[in-house]
Design a binder for this molecule. Structure first.
Ligand SMILES: *Cc1c(COP(=O)(O)O)cnc(C)c1O
Length: 382
């Protein structure tokens, strides 16, 4: 049996193979929309919208290895990955059971767009796991969840959903963007499809928008077919950049994990914060589960600042190193307020109910020196 490589090695080499002499160590960028094809051949042509450009193919194979999947495909954004993965398993008249703790863009996709395809969506509160089975209908064809969740960093046990999906013969789709395959691989826990925004940890440098879907070969084939027709192929240059970013995924995640933990521990000792949301802290509601399922707790930390929106704004204006910007998981620390970004469509009361009161800050710890991140946060507390 072939020896299994670790995630850092896999992120750099994929399946390593001996190279012939005088080949470039770094994969060349094929910035070409089209390629020559043999006269008279009935084979599929090589064309970058088809997802068969060499940069697209290399990247997909490498990511599939990391997730432990048969196959994967990269597309132009995390949202494209979410949309295509669902369209691959749902038909008009089907029902989708979704977690209510999901990315705002995904929620809008379900609520504003899926109706036009005759797809019904209902939402389960994941802290009431019995609801999953109770809410399954005859027409249910898929379950969708996100873990860790944004921005409260809750960790979901996939076991009950995986069992229900298996019993019903339908698919479990998991968006694990906040973990990266270094920290958590949903396919090892019963998921059928992994969705990731490669914009985040996979690329890790805040300079690319991209997404990926991994799963069985037949599923990825269907996602590829849809992508060719609906047109969300990843640009070869973006694919090349994600591949470059992924080469440091292992060491970046190591540092994100260390920094997330250091910042969370520091914040928990400060009276200015009423609550700190981080799965690595014993105070986290799923700390034990997270420790069991995950190889690291990541760099995302939720902070509840005393004094609500006003205090949050004062704090954000004082920051020098930590940058006020949406998005996450890059080498630089970023901070944002869910009340104005992902959850701005909710009322103050709804946000409170969702566990995101005003004053909630979502911090993406970068890979700077932890002491410097902490010193910046500390001086901003005033
Ligand atoms: C950012 C994000 C997305 C969307 O990804 P894009 O690359 O911005 O389209 C989806 N899910 C989660 C959890 C995200 O954080």
């Amino acid at each position: 049996m072939k020896r299994k490589l670790g995630p850092s090695t896999t992120a750099i080499h994929g399946q390593p193979a001996r190279r012939t002499d005088w080949t470039p160590v770094v994969a060349p960028l094929y910035q070409s929309s089209t390629f020559t094809n043999p006269v008279g051949s009935g084979e599929e042509v090589m064309y970058s919208r088809y997802g068969n450009n060499p940069n697209q193919l290399t990247l997909a194979a490498r990511y599939a290895e990391l997730e432990g999947a048969e196959a994967a495909i990269f597309v132009a954004s995390g949202m494209a990955a979410t949309a295509l993965a669902h369209l691959a398993v749902l038909r008009p008249g089907d029902h989708l059971l979704a977690s209510s703790w999901i990315y705002g863009g995904t929620r809008r996709l379900f609520e504003e767009e899926f109706g036009r395809f005759g797809i019904e969506v209902s939402y389960v509160q994941p802290d009431q796991p019995r609801q999953w089975r109770r809410m399954v209908r005859k027409s249910t064809r898929a379950i969708f969840v996100e873990t860790p969740t944004n921005p409260t960093m809750r960790i979901l046990d996939l076991t009950p959903m995986a069992q229900i999906a298996r019993d019903g013969g339908f698919a479990l789709l998991v968006d694990a963007t906040f973990a990266s395959p270094v920290n958590f691989r949903p396919l090892e826990h019963g998921a059928d499809i992994v969705i990731t925004s490669a914009t985040k940890y996979l690329n890790g440098h805040s300079d690319v928008i991209a997404g990926a879907v991994a799963g069985s070969a037949s599923l990825v084939e269907e996602v590829t077919r849809l992508m060719q027709l609906w047109g969300q192929a990843i640009d070869p240059h973006a694919a090349w950049l994600v591949e470059r970013g992924m080469r440091t995924l292992g060491v970046r995640m190591e540092r994100h994990n260390v920094n997330g933990m250091a910042v969370a521990r520091w914040a928990e000792g400060r009276e200015e914060f009423t609550k700190v949301h981080y799965p690595g802290l014993p105070s986290h509601p799923e700390h034990a589960l997270a420790a069991q399922l995950m190889d690291g707790f990541g760099g995302m930390v939720g902070l509840e600042l005393k004094g609500g929106a006003k205090a949050a704004e004062r704090f954000l204006r004082r920051l020098k190193l930590v940058t006020h910007a949406p998005s996450l998981a890059g080498v630089e620390s970023l901070i944002s307020e869910p009340r104005l970004t992902s959850h701005r469509r909710l009322s103050e009361e709804q946000r409170g109910k969702a566990g995101i009161p005003d004053g909630f800050l979502r911090l993406s710890c970068g890979i700077e020196d932890a002491e410097d991140i902490i010193a910046d946060l500390e001086q901003a507390l005033g």
